[in-house]
Design a binder for this molecule. Structure first.
Ligand code: G3P
Ligand code: MG
Length: 249
């Protein structure tokens, strides 16, 4: 093992904050994950047109708000005027877009671990990586619960590495590439976060042998979660907060 990071994250991670229980990537979702007993939350971060770090999964606001269009073409003020809760259920009507800062505050006030997924708008990979890492370094400076920074974008991860090398990183991927060890070494990662359906016991062992942790996204079936944990999977992301529960870890 090349990396000396002491892995202290829990085995269950609430996906997009509150999984299916609340509108993804909002502060209401974070509250939900916390209330259901999860001590680690995953969320997706990108930049508004005017460089404010906000939580959003898609490139466009179409699916998760009452607006339309690219997130990259909207100012934070424009994003703030949209409803990011009503698409989920009437109960969450009026829920605003979450800023990265508000979620950082919430998780720290409640002693929760975070997995910050850098989900850059197209062609903004490097600057998003830099701004996320700078903000995370600053906001978690006094915290003993360092956030795990991940991305599918190697460019964003490399920028985060350069900006705040002390923050632990994970490479997100669908499957294991032939050269995965080389990539993990270059980005000085502590873990690889893999698509759960493509994982088996042999791959988990290979990753461990190379000295890295393995996290599986996204596991919504109880039996599958049991199996992956038994195979030594270090953490699972789940949308099913009532089926794949922190107690089973
Ligand atoms: O970070 C784990 C998982 O969230 C990656 O996929 O598309 O849900 O962000 P996605
Ligand atoms: Mg994600």
């Amino acid at each position: 093992a090349k990396n000396t990071f002491e892995w202290r994250y829990p085995r269950l991670i609430a996906h997009r904050g509150g999984g299916f229980m609340a509108p993804e990537n909002t502060l209401a979702a974070m509250r939900c994950g916390h209330e259901y007993g999860f001590s680690m939350l995953e969320f997706d971060v990108k930049l508004s047109q005017d460089n404010v770090l906000v939580l959003m999964h898609d490139d466009t606001v179409d699916r998760t708000s009452n607006g339309i269009g690219l997130a990259a073409s909207k100012t934070f003020r424009e994003l703030s005027e949209l409803d990011f809760g009503a698409w989920h259920s009437a109960f969450y009507t009026g829920e605003p877009i979450a800023t990265f800062l508000s979620v950082a505050r919430f998780t720290q006030e409640n002693n929760l671990f975070c997995n910050i997924e850098i989900k850059p708008c197209p062609n903004r990979e490097e600057e998003t990586g830099i701004l996320v890492a700078n903000a995370a370094r600053q906001w978690w400076h006094h915290s003993h619960l360092l956030p795990l920074i991940s991305s599918f974008s190697i460019e964003a991860l490399a920028a985060a590495q350069k900006t705040a090398p002390e923050l632990p990183r994970a490479l997100l991927t669908e499957d294991l590439a032939d050269n995965f060890i080389e990539v993990l070494e270059r980005l000085d990662c502590v873990a690889i976060n893999i698509k759960q359906s493509l994982l088996d016991q042999e791959k988990i062992a290979r990753i461990h042998q190379a000295g890295y942790k393995v996290c599986a996204w996204t596991v919504n079936d109880y039996q599958r979660a049991r199996q992956l944990l038994q195979w030594g999977c270090d953490a699972l992301f789940t949308d099913e907060l009532l089926r794949v529960t922190p107690e089973m870890a």
